[in-house]
Design a protein around this ligand. Structure first.
Ligand SMILES: [Ca+2]
Length: 379
């Protein structure tokens, strides 16, 4: 076999074995997903799950095997290698280290994560990217995925501490980016790094971190919070539905008020319309509303956090202001007056979000399609 052919075979094999088949590809429709998961998502969209939704992992049998949690090292040559977490490779400490974690039902091979990696390579050239593939556990019912997150997060924390000591890369210089449950995972990884290495991860970006079970966790050690990294940026795009509702970082961004995003289908209305025609018949409701849509469209608002972040890696145009434009209190009116007088506090959402000076929440509007950032007009 020629070198080129064996290289192609190697890449193909890696592509096919790295991840369990995810539900987050555009060609997989909502109807392809197990019905119990479809029902749960519909209940979440309609906000018809109890506030005490599943949080107790003590009786959950997690199907974890030696190979369930995989770490990959990516570089700009578009190849990637599996990392032996007991014996990680020597990384170049002069290059930026970015760690990426996907969420429930997804994998690191979905369209968004390759796009995010490419955005980083375009911005920084040959940076070091570590991808966490926990699809063996994430492409599963909620309880198994949810209960796996602290385990995967801790294992990743151990790996980062090992890399810090063997490659001389301080954890304070690392940046972890996670979406949905991957955003919550960043909290667990941050906590583990603090206990194992005695210092905090420098930068966490949580992209619409998971809500539901996390929402009721008053114990901050069981979810992402502002203490899990030195800077914890949170981008809320589906807050109160799939995403966590409320500030949980050092800087919280609320594009378009943080819950419903322009350009996304109104799947909640579609579900409500079908429920009027087929009351008490979940199968018919789903068959007549969401079944032919890709999951990424059904959860478009939730995934927009990644889409905005990918754009932000090569754009500094997501300008945001700390006026809470989504309510109308006297304070908001005063803030808008300050904005008119050029006295309001501005910042940039995304990769160029500056280090924290003061914990705050920021607001902005976006376009309904790419390019999403509106520059000054969005703040
Ligand atoms: Ca925490």
């Amino acid at each position: 076999m020629s070198k080129l052919v064996s290289f192609i075979v190697l890449c193909t094999a890696l592509n096919s074995v790295t991840a369990k088949d995810s539900y987050c590809y555009g060609n997989i429709t909502f109807g392809n997903i197990p019905f119990t998961i479809q029902e749960l998502i519909a209940d979440v969209l309609l906000k018809s799950i109890p506030a005490t939704f599943f949080t107790d992992c003590s009786n959950v049998n997690i199907p974890i095997a030696n190979d369930s949690i995989k770490f990959y090292f990516f570089n700009s040559t578009s190849s990637y290698v599996r990392i032996d977490s007991d014996n990680p490779p020597q990384l170049d400490p002069s290059k930026r280290l970015i760690i990426l974690a996907h969420g429930w039902l997804c994998s690191m091979n979905d369209s968004y994560f390759p796009d995010l990696r490419q955005a980083y390579f375009k911005r920084y050239g040959d940076c070091n990217i570590i991808g966490v593939d926990w699809s063996d556990l994430s492409v599963n019912v909620w309880s198994i995925a949810y209960c796996s997150v602290p385990i995967v997060g801790a294992k990743l924390g151990d790996l980062l501490c090992k890399i810090a000591s063997t490659s001389g890369i301080p954890v304070e210089s690392m940046h972890m980016v996670g979406h949905s449950m991957g955003g919550q995972m960043a909290g667990f990884t941050g906590q583990r790094v603090q206990t194992q290495c005695g210092s905090k991860i420098g930068n966490i970006t949580a992209l619409d971190p998971g809500g539901i079970s996390y929402q009721v966790q008053l114990d901050e050690s069981k979810r992402l919070d502002k203490g899990d990294g030195i800077a914890v940026q949170v981008i809320h795009t589906n807050a109160g539905i799939l995403g966590y509702e409320g500030n949980c970082g050092t800087t919280d961004f609320y594009p378009n008020c943080g819950t419903i995003q322009p350009g996304c289908l109104d799947v909640i209305q579609a579900l409500k319309n079908a429920a009027l025609l087929w009351p008490n018949n979940p199968q018919a409701i789903l068959n007549n509303s969401l079944v032919n849509l890709p999951l990424t469209e059904v959860l478009c608002d939730h995934f927009r956090s990644i889409v905005y972040f990918i754009e932000s890696v090569n754009s500094k145009q997501f300008k945001a202001i700390d006026c809470k434009k989504c309510t109308s209190t006297i304070l908001d009116s005063l803030c808008l007056l300050a904005q008119a007088l050029n006295l309001a506090d501005y910042t940039i959402m995304g990769e160029d979000c500056p280090p924290v000076n003061e914990e705050d929440a920021y607001f902005l509007t976006t376009n309904s399609k790419s390019p999403f950032a509106k520059g000054d007009a969005g703040a």
